[in-house]
Every structure is written in structure tokens, then in C-alpha cells.
Design a binder for this molecule. Sequence first.
Ligand code: FAD
Ligand code: NAP
Length: 339
Amino acid sequence: MSAKVESNVSLKPYNSFGIEATARHFAQATSDDEVRQLLAYAATEDLPALVIGGGSNLLLTQDVTALVIRMSSSGIRLLSDDGQRVVVEAEAGEPWHPFVQWTLEQGLVGLENLSLIPGTVGAAPMQNIGAYGVEIKDIFAGLTALDRQTGDLRDFSLEECGFAYRDSHFKRNPGRWIILRVRFVLSRVAPLHLDYGPVRQRLAERGIEQPTAKDVSETICSIRREKLPDPAELGNAGSFFKNPVISAVLADRIREQHPGLVAYPQLDGEMKLAAGWLIEQAGWKGYRDGDAGVHRLQALVLVNYGQATGEQLHALARKIQDDILERFGVELEMEPNLY
Ligand code: FAD
Ligand code: NAP
């Protein structure tokens, strides 16, 4: 077997919360063959297997007895280019943001609003990553995954991935599929998405009237650096809760008592509430209990000031969920994957 299985490996460098947890068995998979070898090893040793990428959407609440397989495959290729539409494929272990930058260097439009999201290409379809008005479903061309039940490879089309708001077929069927590579359909001519939040205004402030995709990416990177804690300096997993989507009737009822409610109408008539606003109104912004806290600038982000355990962060999350349910009658769902 070419992949090397190590014992009792600290997962602290492998999760963006910086939580200290130990993997009893740990290996990096750099190819499809190594993924298969490691799954065969896990079966022989009667171990479950946990696949991770960059660990930026994980909350580790205990040591992991499974074989942790970190996807470390690399490779980016152009599959087709008709001068306007370009299909690009990247291996699961490719880090997301450098991949986005690579597409921008090729003059391709499509991924710029998704700049500076941590993690890997292979994990991006798990929750249909999204930011600044774009989700990967908008530029998704397909993916190849290994079915852990049968050992077969399968290609998934856009429809088959069942993408929804921060959700997918893969997230709804945890542990079944290992995403090996993902394809995106990008463009040399597509229009840019500038209408979300402060993007257009920030471009204007930089004196840019005819922005390129690279300009948009740089602007979004600078907004994100101002608002979000860098996991290298302060452990976090980005937004800890999904923005709840509720009925317009319930949104109206909440607005009667909270006229400042931040809510965005959805195509189906429901309303998406800004979870960060609810948490801030409830007074949690900047809260700290030991080393577990709520970020002082962004109430949606839970942070680890150093030695917080996953259980402490989880306990804080549950307190916030209970409080928001009591105050607003709204259930907050956790976004990171809990282990
Ligand atoms: P991991 O955390 O390693 O894994 C996440 C889940 O996917 C786990 O369940 C894991 O088992 C599974 N998984 C990982 N790789 C594979 C694979 N190849 N095949 C099958 N299953 C797999 N998310 C957004 O949507 N938008 C944002 O704007 C955003 N901003 C963020 C900002 C910060 C500062 C941070 C820390 C996080 C942010 N996130 C955001 C969340 C996170 O970065 C994304 O969800 C990212 O796609 C997770 O990738 P990862 O490789 O780190 O996944
Ligand atoms: P923000 O701009 O302060 O906006 C707060 C919330 O309002 C966002 O969550 C966003 O929902 C919603 N919103 C704002 N403008 C909207 C519009 N024009 N139409 C529909 N919804 C709108 O948010 P932020 O925290 O700084 O994040 C900026 C973007 O990066 C958001 O898209 C956010 O999802 C993404 N982000 C995600 C994570 C993560 O871990 N998932 C972490 C950091 C940032 P949406 O979230 O649905 O866009």
C-alpha cells in the first residue's frame, strides 16, 4: 500500500477551529488508488472511515476512533474550451481559493464571488458552498464520486447532486460518497454578479467602473478579511448556523415585535432570515465563556480563543439555539459537521 497510515495523530492542524482531538488512525490520500487502498485497510481492520478535506467545516467533539482519510489529491485541467464556455476539472484535494485564483488567471469568469472560502474542491459540493449571491450550483458541470457501498465510480450531473441552500445529496447521505473530482462550467464572457451587499460600492470606491472578475475577487477578499476572523489567528469554522428560511407569515409576526428584522424574500415566497442579526439582537455578539465565544464583529461565527474543546463550543451553540427559539420562535440549524 502506497498510502501511509499513522497512529495517534493530532487533528489540531487539520481543523480550522484548532480543536485538540486525536485520530487513532490517520492517512492522506493522493489518488483514487490510495482512497481505495485506505478503504480496504479500514475494512480489514474493522474501522469506520472519516473523509476530510481542509477541516474548515468540522466540529470535533471527541477523539476520532475511525481511520481519518484526508483528501490530498491534486490536479487541475481544462476539459473543453469553445472560446466562450470552458469546462474545468479539479481533484478533490486541491485547496479551494488557489483553485479559484487559477481560474481567474486563465481569464475565466464564474468563481470570483466564491473567493477566499477555506477548504478543498472536493468538499465544496457537500454544502453547495455559497457567498455574495453565488453558489457552486450556478457554475457546476458535474463530479465523480466513489460509492463506498459498492466500490463503483459514479458521475453526478447537476440535477443528481440535489443542491439546495447550503445542502446537497451528499450532505443528506453522509459517509456514502467520496467526492474525487469536480467540474465547473466557466465563461470568458459571462456577466459579473455585483449586486450583493457592498460589492458594487466597494468597487466604485476603488475607482473601478468596468470591473473584471479579478477586480471582483480582490474586492470580495478585502471585505472578507475585514469582517471574518482568519482561522490561522483565531479558530473558527465560518458561519456556525445556517440562515433559517421560514414562512412569510412567521416573518411578519416576528417583524411586528422586531421592526428591524433582516429578511430576504425567496423565490418560493418564503423568507430567509439573517441568523447573525437574530443572534446579535439576542445579545450574544462578543460573548465569551472560557475559550469558547461568539466573534465580536460577526455574531454568526463561533470562535476558539485557544483551548476550547469541541464539546464547549457545541454547548455554547446549543445555548444560542435555545435562546433564539425562545425569543423569536425560530430554529437555528448548525452548519458545520459534528463528530
Ligand atoms: P471539511 O471541513 O474537511 O469537511 C466538510 C464535510 O465534508 C465533512 O462532513 C467531510 O466528511 C466531508 N468531505 C470533505 N471532503 C470530502 C470529499 N472529498 N468527499 C466526500 N466528503 C467530503 N462556506 C460557504 O459555503 N461559504 C462561505 O463563504 C464560507 N466561508 C468560510 C469562512 C471561514 C473563515 C471558514 C473557516 C469557513 C467558511 N465556510 C464557508 C465553510 C467551509 O469553508 C466550506 O464549507 C468548505 O467547503 C469546507 O471544505 P473543507 O475541505 O474544509 O471540508
Ligand atoms: P452579510 O453580507 O453581512 O449579510 C448577512 C446575511 O444576509 C448573509 O448571511 C446573507 O445570506 C444575507 N444577505 C445579505 N445580502 C443579501 C442579498 N442581497 N440577497 C440575499 N441575501 C442577502 O454576510 P457576511 O456574513 O458578511 O457574509 C458574506 C457572504 O459570505 C454571505 O453570502 C455568506 O453566506 C458568506 N459567508 C459564508 C460563511 C459560511 O461559513 N457559510 C462564512 C462567511 C461568509 P447568505 O448567507 O445566504 O448569502
